[in-house]
Design a protein around this ligand. Structure first.
Ligand code: SF4
Length: 108
């Protein structure tokens, strides 16, 4: 088996499951839709969103990631985004993104 650093093949960075009954689960993705991060690895960590916060039936604050395309937009871009934010993961504290952060996230 080759190591990641020894191959030019980037197929591990993503794939699109056109047969999934939920595809496309997020609207607005303009490039290749990456299904690799279907369940976002950043759900329990701080991230740039955009997300909204709701309280579930058990009283836990949860992220609603319906508007986020970051784990899905383009194989290489989404792979790089997830790797960068997992380098130094910080547990999400249940806080809302403020309006400025939300605006910046939409522009990235
Ligand atoms: S807002 Fe986006 S990056 Fe953050 S946890 Fe949700 S899907 Fe992942």
């Amino acid at each position: 088996m080759q190591t990641r650093d020894a191959t030019a093949n980037e197929a591990y960075q993503g794939f699109t499951n056109h047969e999934c009954p939920f595809y496309p689960c997020h609207t607005g993705v303009k490039r290749a839709f990456n299904c690799l991060f279907c369940y976002c690895p950043l759900i329990a960590y701080e991230c740039p969103g955009p997300y909204r916060v709701y309280t579930d039936a058990h009283g836990l604050r949860r992220k609603d990631c319906s508007e986020c395309r970051l784990p899905h937009e383009d194989y290489r871009a989404s792979w790089s985004f997830i790797q960068k934010w997992l380098e130094r993961p910080m547990t999400w504290g249940g806080m809302e993104l403020d309006a400025r952060e939300r605006q910046a996230a939409r522009g990235s």
